[in-house]
Design a protein around this ligand. Sequence first.
Ligand code: GLA
Length: 394
Amino acid sequence: MGRFWKQSYWCCVAAGLALLSSLPTKASDHGLALTPPMGWNSWNKFGCNVSEELIEGAADAMVSSGMKEAGYQYVVIDDCWQVSRDGSGNIVADAQRFPSGIKAVADFVHSKGLKFGIYSDAGVKTCAGRPGSSGHEYQDALQYAAWGVDYLKYDWCHTGTANAEWAYTTMRDALSASGRPIVFSLCEWGKAKPWLWATDVGNLWRTTGDISDCWDCQKKDALSFVKIVDLQDGLESYAGPGHWNDPDMLEVGNGGMTITEYRSHFSLWCLLAAPLIAGNDLKNMPAEIKEILTNKEVIAVDQDALGVEGRRVRKDGEAEVWSKQLGDGGRAVILFNRGAADAQISVSWQELGYPAHLNAGVRDLWMRRDLGKFNGRFETKVPSHGVVMIKVMP
Ligand code: GLA
């Protein structure tokens, strides 16, 4: 080989290596989900009953209801859109339910200024028995990118003895190789403690099994709202911009809880910096449900750019105090009454990490009213199963 060719050869090798090392491999490198993702997903209300009409209707309703304006962005089809694989192994969508094809649905969602999400599973089958992505990760990721997918929820059914970190990293790399920035949502139910290893793998990871639309139901295998809240305690240090704990999608508006309880559910999700993925029927949403899901001051707590997850600072029997540090030096605080009767609940500034005798402003985020300045502490009556959510500003 002549000197010129030798030099050119090494030049190419060096350029190739530089290119490879500059490709994002971590999920967080895309700059996606710097605040918890907000959107809607078909599963909690509609289960397997998905169709292009449903998804496009949800996208329309997301705009007309004011949800988009409030920050909701991703419209996600959960399980059951897929039926088989063709002779080349390509995933095939249900042609009866999606006669125009998935790309057309994605285009429709994009035309509304929204983003489009889809669902698959790391195993051979999804939880509803549809084809999973095991062995087809790169092929599926390329297909999603070609369709214009912006968000992938990736489940954990039918995975046998697979190692979760390996399986999710494989799909993370496949999504990265597709060249399209895609938010990666791990749905492994917290079994292999993804908070310990998924910071660079996914943008959000489920911390528990599936939520049930009930306050504290005792159904077998059901995780009620309050059970899920308890399971979040202690995980707060693992969340941050680009990588969030996911206590599962919202049940607000699905009929199993009272308005007071749904307000508690939404408030706690916001304090936990949880992804806000609505799961109700957006087309038929009563005003009081819309008011919960679109409360801008409460959503601002969830979306605070500092990206700190809130935590429980006190539990006195049925009375709890939760607090979240905000980027402007304030604290969002929830006084949470799990009891069957109304209760007085207090919080001291010291519990929030402030000096004991600070004179701090308090604003009620649900009443949207400044309550004045308070020295050292704040106390108020909280309804049974309800919250009072305030912002404390030194
Ligand atoms: C699992 C997930 C749910 C939903 C269903 C779909 O149970 O945890 O959120 O995606 O599968 O089959």
